[in-house]
Design a protein around this ligand. Structure first.
Ligand code: LLP
Length: 430
């Protein structure tokens, strides 16, 4: 199994650090990132484009995991980032992330958020709707500022896991619809304002996509749009932003494609189209989130109570759950788990790995295979690095876990564990 590594004591190691030590030093539940894995994934996307000699930008979708340290890491890798809120933008600013490499997304950015973005000269604002264009125009009015923007369009494709569907007029809250002419209207509106510099077109077709077909269709649709706009309005975008969505391995059922396979197919499709219609190849941007941090993240938990009743599958309960990873409860997401002191031990039982939250649906893994375990044992749930901590809550007033970066045998806390004092720090007496 190459989805985790062990040391000579047979313990799980993450970033070269013994996960039992991590649990002991920082407590559980604990989120640990193998930083080298994050670097490798990011660089695999960069390298794929370089090999094909295509101008590209890898913009990390930071909603997957946002933290000052994470922005510092992406900065080291010379990448771009996507932010989707004033809060993510603020965090990136605190990390001294170069603002010209920030893209600002969202389907309901407030005027304050847009003003913060303009004031800090973010690289590009990705326009989602007419209301937003108006807000931005109000902000720019009576200034001499110019802002780079892209238009988010809905190409009528939705892709999830291995399937994709064409949905004609796409039913989505995001972006300007193409087939009804909304996108074209947005183009004219933006072009009419000299303070808005339209550098590209954006689309995003889904998440946890495990096949390349949806991306190829997306490329064709967007290239078609570009061709139309070039003919009709002499408009040629410099950039085609294809969004994120590259799938990862959660369980053995997920057949994942390496970044270079996705990128090769995308670029080939784009080149073929461009050649056929004598178009210039635009610069390609992608926005991977999950595929950058997902498999690099591990959640460590300590086993506590268990319940065994004849005729039902045993419940083994850990000290975390839906508060630090809501994906199983929210999306029926599946994960694998290993016993940290001996990940290679033969499975001896099939159990429900339950969370500690007061809700029946708080089961981290249904039918998890585990060796014999006892209270006090530490287990790791694998591939929790994307949308785990970033969607964490204080449900049941449980403090959020700490987050640790581990690399080359060295571990460092990058988000402190919340304390009970943190939990009440915003409460007021009445
Ligand atoms: N770009 C845009 C415009 C997006 O909306 C998203 C994700 C991404 C990039 C990054 O997609 P990724 O590469 O991470 O698949 N909470 C859900 C996932 C929501 C994704 C929303 N948009 C989950 O836990 O599965």
């Amino acid at each position: 199994n190459n989805y985790y590594q062990t040391n000579n004591q047979g313990h799980l190691i993450i970033g070269g650090v013994d996960a039992l030590e991590l649990a002991k030093n920082y407590g559980t539940p604990l989120v640990v990132y193998d930083v080298a894995q994050i670097r490798q994934q990011f660089q695999a996307f960069q390298q794929a484009f370089t090999n094909l000699k295509v101008n590209s930008v890898i913009s990390y979708a930071s909603k997957a995991f946002s933290a000052i340290a994470m922005y510092q890491l992406i900065n080291q890798l010379k990448g771009h980032i996507d932010v989707v809120s004033g809060g993510e933008l603020y965090t990136a600013l605190k990390a001294n992330f170069p603002t010209d490499r920030i893209s600002f997304h969202g389907n309901n950015k407030t005027k304050e958020e847009l003003a913060l973005a303009v004031e800090n000269q973010v690289g590009v604002i990705i326009l989602d709707n007419f209301h937003e264009i108006e807000l931005l125009e109000q902000i720019l009015n009576n200034t001499s500022k110019r802002v780079s923007v892209m238009l988010r369009v809905t190409p009528g494709i939705t892709a999830h896991t291995h399937q994709y569907v064409q949905t004609g007029q796409e039913d989505s809250k995001f972006g300007f619809d193409i087939s009804s002419g909304q996108a074209e209207q947005a183009l004219l509106k933006v072009q009419a304002n000299k303070q808005l510099k339209l550098i590209g077109i954006h689309a995003h077709i889904g998440s946890q996509i495990l096949a390349v077909g949806g991306f190829k269709l997306e490329v064709k649709k967007l290239m078609h749009l570009i061709r139309e706009w070039a003919q009709k309005y002499a408009y040629q975008p410099q950039i085609l932003n294809l969004g994120g969505g590259f799938g990862i391995r959660y369980t053995a059922q997920d057949q994942v494609l390496a970044p270079d396979i996705f990128i090769k197919e995308i670029v080939q499709t784009m080149r073929a189209y461009a050649q056929k219609y004598h178009l210039e190849l635009p610069e390609i941007w992608i926005e991977p989130g999950r595929s950058i941090v997902g498999q690099a993240g591990y959640s460590l938990y300590t086993i506590g109570s268990s319940k065994t009743v004849p005729g039902i599958m045993p419940y083994i309960t850990v000290d975390g759950g839906m508060g630090d990873n809501i994906r199983p409860a929210l999306y029926q997401a599946e994960y694998e788990t290993v016993l940290v002191r001996c990940p290679q031990a033969e499975p001896k039982q099939v159990v429900h790995l339950a969370g500690r939250y007061c809700e029946s649906g708080d089961i981290l893994i249904k039918q998890a295979s585990l060796p014999q375990v006892e209270a006090g044992d530490v287990v790791a749930v694998l591939a929790t690095g994307a949308y785990g901590y970033s969607m964490a809550s204080n449900y049941n007033r449980v403090p959020r876990p700490a987050v640790v970066f581990a690399e080359a045998g060295h571990a460092q806390e990058v988000i402190r564990r919340e304390t009970y004092a943190d939990l009440v720090s915003h409460d007021c007496f009445y």
